[in-house]
Design a protein. Structure first.
Ligand SMILES: O=C(O)[C@@H](CO)OP(=O)(O)O
Length: 249
């Protein structure tokens, strides 16, 4: 049996629009992001996709994207599992800073390392910082060692995978059709695992906002193929735009 899994990064957020490092900051979608989510839902519907269950993060930009997509599909009542493990990668002390200004100050190479290297994290937060998730009641059930002060992609992989293994993979194997609405770097973490991408290879992988990514998986959940539901030129432009956010002006 071929299982179809769909991953979608949230539509453009207000901080994507302002080009700020976001991470666990709980910002909403921009008007364009809302539109992208409607378009994604319509695209999935036109292509005959239906879902039995959805997974998303604890952040409203992903939840809102998911709600809009499900609304377009007429599937607003399917179960939705909200999991902190699907949150965006925590951006540490960079959260709230403008990416381009940060590149002017520290250099584009340094910003590329902070954004895309597999194992070098951005500078960490102090526990007293209001941006530290330990100070947010939303994360009160997390254990102390689960509360990030910063994360590199390797850390994100380490917290996404237990959810994949314990819950998402068994759900797919049981024959359910799964939709995951998440974030650029939590999706990169899943792709790295699914496609067995090398630590160097993942550096150049960019995830566009609001474009469904379909994985066809075999019985062991090994990818047979994967593709975005978008025209190639549009996809390339959207991926380049994400890469360019780290350029100095
Ligand atoms: O700021 C962020 O949290 C992420 C996603 O928007 O950005 P980047 O693409 O720089 O990892």
């Amino acid at each position: 049996m071929v299982h179809k899994l769909v991953l979608i990064r949230h539509g453009e957020s207000t901080w994507n629009k302002e080009n700020k490092f976001t991470g666990w900051t709980d910002v909403d979608l921009s008007d364009k992001g809302v539109e992208e989510a409607h378009d994604a839902g319509k695209k999935l519907k036109q292509n005959g996709y239906t879902f039995d269950i959805a997974f998303t993060s604890l952040l409203k930009r992903a939840q809102r994207t998911l709600n809009i997509v499900l609304e377009e599909l007429g599937e607003s009542s399917i179960p939705v599992d909200k999991e902190w493990r699907l949150n965006e990668r925590h951006y540490g002390a960079l959260q709230g800073l403008n990416k381009s200004e940060t590149a002017t100050k520290y250099g584009e190479d340094q910003v590329k390392i902070w954004r895309r290297s597999y194992s070098i994290p951005p500078p960490p937060l102090e526990e007293s910082d209001e941006r530290f998730p330990g100070n947010d009641p939303l994360y009160k059930d997390l254990k102390k060692d689960q509360l990030p002060k910063t994360e590199c992609l390797e850390d994100t992989v380490a917290r996404v995978l237990p959810l994949w293994e314990s819950t998402i993979a068994p759900t797919i194997k049981s024959g359910k059709k799964v939709l995951i609405a998440a974030h650029g770097n939590s999706i990169r973490a899943l792709i790295k695992y699914l496609d067995n991408v090398s630590d160097d290879g993942i550096v150049s992988m960019e995830i566009p906002t609001g474009i469904p990514l379909v994985y066809e998986l075999d019985d062991e959940l090994k990818p047979i193929k994967s593709y975005y539901l978008a025209d190639e030129a549009l996809l390339k432009a959207a991926q380049e735009a994400v890469a360019n956010q780290g350029k100095a002006k």
